[in-house]
Design a protein around this ligand. Structure first.
Ligand code: NAP
Length: 485
């Protein structure tokens, strides 16, 4: 199968923080892959901007190294890399000062899409927005892309939204959550709303419960001081897990447009119930044989920040009344996996004598490491001996089903950046969505802070604290095995 590359309009993309970790590891290697795919019109340019004293050549050398390290350039011809580097420019600029802004304004062209990626600390977003406006670098048609974290509570998110709103309209602001750029996340919508099969079953009559897991095997590592100020709830649940929950739970939008989709997601967030204290389990990893504990990693022996959280969440609407959503995410766990499991109800009555096992249909949607879905179905065990039933997966790993082109499909960042150039906001969070997510999150965090709760400890390489198992056991349920597929 030949993958279709839909061309975009010519653009000038300015990456503030163009020398930073995210730009070198994800954004520029991603743009290089889109360039190789033929998706970057000849006249398009990428302009790195940061304080470092570099010229175009110095920046090109830096990015050549980044592409070699992170972009799979060993497979590519050096002429390709050279041609791509020819699209790069650099402006030394200070977000908080006046240096570089006039040069940037002079460099921009009028007849192309102008996009500005804020790949810098959020504390600089306001300065950038203000100067983009005052130096007339960005006009009414310009787009800005802002990175997570978008605030650390409702007040700071509101303040950030207000700051950006002083100079940009909502339809110019692209709040990125790279989970939404994953192929499987979009497939989730295709599967739900493009098939007659699932939607009639997608409700409390047929679904027993839903699990959303984002598990990592890594520790907080070098990000300790940043992480300790946020924790798993702010770093993962408020954004990534919440977005996945919305896509699983939302009603069908009347059309697949940015605002129709985001309106439906917002309704889900607003229908989330406050979470009861005994429905939350927070954890911190202990030291392993050769690995430091969470508290050692963050260099605070009294830290109460969670590196793991599991919670039971209820959505108060007709579709989901009585269906628990179990969320869990954490570091130093036994497998690296992001998975959603829709667990359907038991049959109620089995006509097969001697079959006392619990057979359940489970739709598993895997986001990483391998994107794909499988549907657990019950069949007869092959061979003689009567009707013995077994459960087998109907595997829909995309790479097998669609062919090797899937490997060449854009990754999340590539897809999202191209969506910015196209002006498609469907896979970006709207300001009211982010605020509603914080409005639900704030009292939960406030609750445990007020009580001074101390997270439970868990062994590195485990599935989290024992209490997380109890969270489901108490309901007569069990988490699906934590394993990378
Ligand atoms: P980083 O490595 O610290 O890079 C920060 C960038 O900002 C550098 O290019 C730095 O260059 C530039 N900068 C700092 N102060 C500046 C100023 N006053 N004016 C202009 N440029 C300035 O950070 P990062 O990891 O790339 O993260 C960037 C953003 O992405 C953050 O908001 C982060 O939360 C978010 N994010 C990062 C990741 C990731 O994997 N790294 C993942 C998700 C979200 P100079 O020092 O040369 O000015």
């Amino acid at each position: 199968m030949v993958s279709r590359v839909i061309p975009v309009d010519s653009f000038d993309l300015v990456i503030f923080g163009g020398t930073g970790d995210l730009a070198r590891r994800k954004i520029l290697p991603g743009l290089f892959r889109r360039f190789l795919a033929g998706q970057m019109p000849d006249t398009s340019r990428i302009i790195g901007a940061a304080r470092s004293d570099l010229d175009d050549d110095g920046y090109r050398t830096m990015i050549a190294e980044a592409i070699e390290e992170f972009g799979g350039a060993e497979k590519e011809k050096s002429e390709d890399v050279k041609a791509f580097l020819g699209r790069l420019h650099y402006v030394a600029i200070d977000a908080k000062g006046d240096g570089g802004w006039k040069e940037l304004a002079d460099l921009m062209r009028d007849d192309v899409v102008r996009a500005f990626y804020f790949s810098v600390a959020p504390s600089l977003f306001g300065d950038l927005a203000e100067r983009l406006h005052s130096y007339k670098v960005a006009g009414q048609d310009a787009r800005i892309v802002v990175e997570k974290p978008f605030g650390r509570d409702l007040d700071s998110a509101k303040a950030l939204n207000d700051t950006l709103a002083q100079h940009f309209n909502e339809d110019q602001i692209y709040r990125i959550d790279h989970y939404l750029g994953k192929e499987t996340v979009q497939n989730l919508m295709a599967v739900r709303f493009g098939n007659v099969l699932f939607e009639p079953l997608w409700n409390s009559h047929y679904v027993d419960h839903i699990e959303i897991t984002v598990a990592e095997t890594v520790s907080v590592g070098g990000r300790g001081s940043y992480y300790d100020k946020s924790g798993a709830m702010r770093d993962m649940v408020q954004n990534h897990l919440m977005q996945l929950l919305c896509l699983i739970a939302m009603e069908a939008p009347n059309e697949f447009t940015a605002d129709a989709v985001r309106d439906e997601k917002l309704k889900v967030i607003r229908a989330l119930q406050p979470v009861e204290l005994h429905h939350i389990v927070r954890g911190q990893y202990e030291a392993g044989k050769d690995t430091p504990s969470y508290r050692q990693d963050v260099e605070d022996p009294r830290s109460r920040t969670e590196s793991f959280i599991a919670m039971k969440v209820d959505i108060a609407n007709w579709r989901w009344a009585g269906v628990p959503f179990y969320l869990r995410t954490g570091k130093m766990l036994k497998a690296r996996t992001s998975e959603i499991a829709v667990v359907f109800k038991d049959l109620g009555h089995s006509i097969f004598p001697g079959d006392h096992a619990r057979h359940r249909n489970i739709l598993k949607i895997q986001l990483q490491p391998n994107e794909g879905m499988d549907l657990q179905v019950t069949i007869k065990e092959p061979g003689p001996g009567g009707m013995r039933l077994i459960d087998v997966p109907l595997d829909m790993t995309f790479a097998d089903a669609i062919g090797e082109d899937v490997e060449d499909a854009p990754d999340a960042y590539e897809r999202l950046i191209m969506d910015v150039i196209r002006g498609n906001q469907t896979l970006f969070m709207r300001g009211d969505e982010v605020e509603a997510a914080w409005a639900w999150t704030d009292p939960i965090i406030g609750g445990w802070e007020q009580r001074g709760d101390v997270p439970k400890t868990y062994e590195p390489g485990s599935a989290g604290p024992e209490d997380a198992m109890m969270l489901m056991h108490r309901d007569g349920r069990k988490w699906l095995e934590l394993r990378a597929k």
